[in-house]
Design a protein around this ligand. Structure first.
Ligand SMILES: *[C@@H]1O[C@H](CO)[C@@H](O)[C@H](O)[C@H]1NC(C)=O
Length: 343
């Protein structure tokens, strides 16, 4: 099994730095300089590749993968090759999210749902190694060591999944979140994460988000891609808002979808562990293991409020009207209705 004490955080692979989690974290000063100078240079957004080929974009912070911007800190040519060649197993469970839509939350609840309610892994293994992202650098390091059924996550749109995925019976749990709250969360995340571009003002960031000039592209494209009818009953759609409203009910739906059961007592334990309050103080999930110059929880904690509807504290009525109109246009013809559309 993986032990947190010797987990090397290759999240920083692309910055040619790795370090071990011991009692005290140490990192070399050059990284700090490197990250800060990259950030202050305020890199220009890269041009999207028209060829559809993978290539390095004109940005210090992101690479361009089939037109998708991916933060170089966790995505490399090797990690994306690994993704393409990854052999999905029929009993894999893959949670798919657009960034800032509840990924950490599913990383917290999936392992105990799959192992009879045992919380050991969520209490001892960092979320990125416990339920790894298929496209990130840690995948090649940890995936072979995971026991089946494996819980995995991905931010990839449907069409960029590995070819083995399409032939497999692996199940997918797609978590969507009100894009206004996704945007607010992403805005704060850009402020605290030195591996993302400076978000600019909130208004500027709204424009970037709507035009897809942010990591993993347009929210609407991502959501629509995963409504592909080819998926049939291999996919379960849930929302962050439903998890927030009634976690137990959502966990019940996930168990049913996976054909699994938990004792009432075990389910209680998972529900209790999965509350925002408890997740926020789980060192293995709140990103406090990441050095401050990479993710500065003093600027904004990674797990910030854990609420639904915080966008109302950030959007002016004009901005709200504009955002709603653009998203409606982008979703036109998709017939997808979300609970927040009725608000
Ligand atoms: C993360 O969890 C640790 C351990 O409970 C806690 O001391 C720390 O304050 C948490 N960090 C944040 C930003 O909430």
């Amino acid at each position: 099994m993986l032990s947190p004490s010797n987990v090397t955080l290759a999240l920083f692979h692309s910055l040619s730095l790795s370090f071990s989690f011991t009692n005290s974290l140490s990192f070399s000063p050059p990284l700090q300089t490197q990250v800060n100078s990259q950030r202050t240079r305020r890199t220009k957004l890269p041009c999207f590749s028209k060829s559809g080929q993978q290539r390095m974009a004109n940005s210090n912070l992101y690479l361009d993968y089939h037109g998708l911007l991916l933060p170089k800190i966790a995505h490399t040519e090797e990690s994306l090759n690994y993704l393409q060649n990854f052999q999905v197993k029929d009993d894999d469970v893959i949670a798919v999210t657009y960034p800032k839509s509840g990924t950490t939350w599913v990383q917290e609840i999936l392992p105990p749902l799959l192992n009879g309610g045992d919380l050991t892994s969520v209490e001892t293994i960092p979320n990125w190694d416990r339920v790894p992202w298929l496209e990130e650098t840690r995948a090649s390091v940890v995936l072979d060591k995971l026991h089946s059924p494996r819980a995995l996550v991905s931010h990839m749109p449907y069409n960029l999944m590995p070819s083995s995925f399409f032939k497999s019976k692996a199940k997918v749990i797609y978590v969507a979140r009100n894009p206004k709250d996704v945007l607010v969360s992403s805005f704060h995340f850009h402020q605290m994460a030195s591996f993302l571009e400076d978000p600019g003002t909130f208004e500027e960031f709204v424009d970037k988000f709507l035009s897809g000039k942010v990591f993993f592209g347009k929210w609407a494209d991502h959501v629509k891609s995963w409504r592909n009818p080819e998926l049939g009953d291999r996919i379960l759609y849930i929302t962050y808002e439903e998890m927030f409203q009634d976690l137990r009910q959502v966990l019940g739906r996930i168990l049913k979808f996976l054909g699994r059961e938990l004792s009432a007592e075990a389910l209680d334990r998972v529900v209790n562990h999965g509350t925002f309050k408890n997740m926020k103080t789980n060192k293995m999930s709140n990103y406090s293991l990441v050095p401050e110059n990479i993710m500065d929880c003093k600027k904004s904690p990674f797990l910030r409020k854990g609420i639904a509807g915080d966008w109302k504290n950030h959007f002016s009525p004009e901005l709200d009207a504009k955002f709603t109109a653009v998203i409606q246009e982008q979703m036109k013809g998709s017939n997808i209705r979300f609970p927040w559309d009725e608000e």
